[in-house]
Design a protein around this ligand. Structure first.
Ligand code: ADP
Ligand code: MG
Length: 637
């Protein structure tokens, strides 16, 4: 008898790596749960700030302070993953930070230099790795066990390069991505679609998040005698890469600003460039709170004290809100129309059997209503729309780890894969919608006498000519003995593994020359780059972690103190006596921590340091309010 090895117990978590928010979930016999410890919000904002001292701040804090550090705060890194600089041109205006061209036409984020650090270029994979690493840590804390494996979700339309970039990000974070699953497939899994059932079903997944809208039409084919596993096929996808809850926040901010101008004569708009970042953040937070309240109640109110007895007070009713956002919902419905038409055109008419709501913005009742009316079916809303993708990933993870029974659901190749042939045409080896894993072979020969090296260009797309498809990468079969044109016998094999990632091998049969590659996308990182980055930044030992934490605390506390003491000096006289004394003592305590930590980092308890910082943050609420009101006031002067 043998004991089960510890390895067999290694847990696999499910991760939704979102544009706006990311989550980690776990499934075991007690159920599926999204992981968060203590009072932590389970949603981790997908935002990373690169601090002056080289450390990073991740999540809520980085998001909330983004306006203070616009150039070093990286949000929406998912938009850049596995993309070339050309691909992301249309995104640039939405991103507050700087993007430049890196090696192999990649998009890189430029982190400005400071007194302590040099300018550096960061790949989107590295940014995402920070988010994944934070989720990994969170999962380890919650599950009390080291976590090294994850299932990660991606949008259904992600191409090979984007999928590989996602997997590389996992590797940088110390996570083996054991499976990449399409987000809509994960959502369907979370609702238990795909287990049991004998009839094929068509499922619409309506995903309206913070910045993007995706509509996917899936077909679920249950297992039968000819295929042993259930599988999901993507019949059509459509969407809008710049449509999401952020637009609604922006509309509300505009409304508040224009009314503040007309009612109180304070023009926030014209002075936006000089406007206190804190105030803009505050307005955006008010807007988000109003929006969220309106998903539950019929009305929501804001009250902003602008000083000098000028108070902006506003009640927003749900009716008013709904007429405000109806054009925005129209845009989502247009995309649904395109998806349905595309699915019909490609696969014939069929009705939708289930409609799944995904993404935080589908909490808005009007969104649910309009989507339900469009598809003529009651939407599934029983699960938290912002958690279903992570939950589905966790379910897939537990099936993979063998701890849950169930057939493995298979995805399909979203776009056809082929190879460039003479004259710039494409020979397709694997057709769109083939179930993964899949394999195909094609035979070629040479065009030129005595050709000793043959270059293979691997392309993805539905069009016939290479120039209309995306090139995934090129590789060369070298050292073939010289032969007349047409004589060499070249066999190229494509294998798409269960993650949807392509492996290519080529053999020249006469000489036995062989080469194989996992296609390194033109816009991705090479294996060497991944190794280097991994070695450079992501393998820190335990003591390193504490040191890192202390360094973070020193940097963040110094900034907080600077900011708070400036405002304190300015508004000292407006503060109530008790508040003033409290604030002074909290500032003093935190200064003490910074000094000790600077003298010897190992002498300081990071938790106590952290608490002192939080205490100060809380104690400074009043002075922040006063400062916001004053900046609105100054702005008018
Ligand atoms: P993503 O998939 O892009 O990472 P999410 O699914 O997390 O995004 O959705 C985030 C968006 O959902 C944000 O714009 C947020 O304001 C919005 N949201 C979250 N909760 C609510 C709610 N109760 N009512 C309306 N919008 C909400
Ligand atoms: Mg999402």
């Amino acid at each position: 008898m043998t004991e089960p090895s510890t390895d067999s117990k290694s847990l696999i978590v499910g991760i939704d790596l979102g544009t706006t928010n990311s989550l980690v979930a776990f499934n075991d016999p007690s159920g599926t749960r999204v992981l968060s410890c203590d009072d932590q919000d389970p949603m981790l904002p997908s935002v990373v700030r690169y601090n002056d001292d080289g450390s990073t701040t991740i999540g809520t804090r980085a998001r909330d302070e983004a306006t203070r550090f616009p150039h070093s705060t990286i949000h929406s890194a998912k938009r850049l993953m596995g993309r070339s600089i050309k691909d992301v041109r249309s995104d640039l205006e939405y991103l507050g930070y700087q993007i430049v061209e890196g090696e192999h036409n990649t998009a890189r984020v430029l982190i400005p230099g400071t007194e302590h650090t040099e300018v550096r270029l960061v790949s989107p994979q590295e940014v995402s790795a920070h988010i994944l690493a934070a989720l990994k840590t969170r999962a380890q804390e919650c599950l009390g066990q080291e976590i090294t494996k994850a299932v990660v979700t991606v949008p259904a339309y992600f191409d090979d390069a984007q999928r590989q970039a996602t997997r590389d990000a996992g590797r940088l974070a110390g996570l083996e991505v054991v499976r990449i699953v399409n987000e809509p497939t994960a959502a369907a899994l979370a609702y238990g679609l795909g287990t049991g059932g004998t009839e094929p079903r068509t499922i619409a997944v309506f995903d309206l998040g913070g910045g993007t809208f995706d509509i996917s039409i899936l077909r679920l084919t249950p297992s039968d005698d000819s295929n042993p596993t259930d599988f999901f096929q993507v019949l059509a996808t459509a969407g809008d890469t710049h449509l999401g809850g952020d637009d609604v926040d922006h509309q509300l901010v505009q409304l508040f600003m224009s009314e503040i101008r007309s009612q109180l004569g304070i023009d926030i708009n014209t002075s936006e460039h000089t406007f206190d970042a804190q105030t803009r953040t505050a307005l955006a937070q008010f807007a988000r709170a109003v929006k969220h309240t309106l998903s539950e109640r019929e009305a929501a109110s804001v009250r902003i004290d602008l000083g000098n007895d000028r108070v902006y007070e506003r009640k927003v009713t749900r009716d008013e809100f709904e007429s405000m956002i109806s054009g925005w919902i129209d845009r989502a419905m247009d995309a649904c129309d395109r998806a349905i038409r595309d699915a019909k055109k490609q696969h014939g008419g069929e009705s939708i059997d289930a409609l799944i709501m995904v993404g935080g913005s589908t909490r808005i009742p009007l969104v649910r209503q309009r989507a339900g009316a469009f598809f003529g079916i009651e939407p599934y809303t029983a699960l938290d729309p912002d958690k279903v993708v992570a939950m589905g990933a966790a379910i897939q993870a537990s099936i993979l780890s063998g701890s849950t029974k169930g057939s493995l659901l298979l995805d399909v190749v979203p776009l056809s894969l082929g190879i460039e042939t003479a004259g710039g045409a494409v020979a397709k080896l694997i057709m769109r919608n083939s179930t993964v894993p899949t394999r195909a072979i094609e035979r070629f020969s040479t065009q030129v006498d005595g050709q000793v090296n043959i270059k293979l260009n691997i392309v993805q797309g539905e069009r016939e000519m290479v120039e209309d498809c995306r090139s995934l990468g090129e590789f060369e079969l070298r050292g073939i003995p010289p032969m007349p044109a047409g004589v060499p016998k070249l066999v190229v094999e494509f294998l798409v593994d269960a993650n949807g990632i392509l492996n290519v091998s080529a053999l020249e049969e006469r000489s036995g020359k062989r080469t194989s590659v996992q296609v390194v996308p033109n816009h991705g990182l090479t294996n060497e780059e991944v190794d280097r980055i991994e070695a450079e930044s992501f393998t820190h030992a335990r003591s390193d972690m504490t040191r890192h934490q202390i360094a973070d605390l020193i940097a963040n506390s110094t900034l907080d103190l600077k900011w708070i003491s400036e405002r304190f000096e300015k508004h000292r006289d407006e503060l109530e006596q008790g508040v003033r004394a409290d604030l002074e003592s909290k500032m003093e305590t935190l200064r003490g921590f910074i000094q000790s930590a600077q003298a010897d980092w190992s002498s300081v308890d990071p938790n106590a340091f952290h608490d002192a910082k939080e205490d100060l943050d809380r104690a400074s609420m009043r002075v922040q309010e006063i400062a916001i009101a004053a900046s609105l006031r100054d702005d008018q002067d």
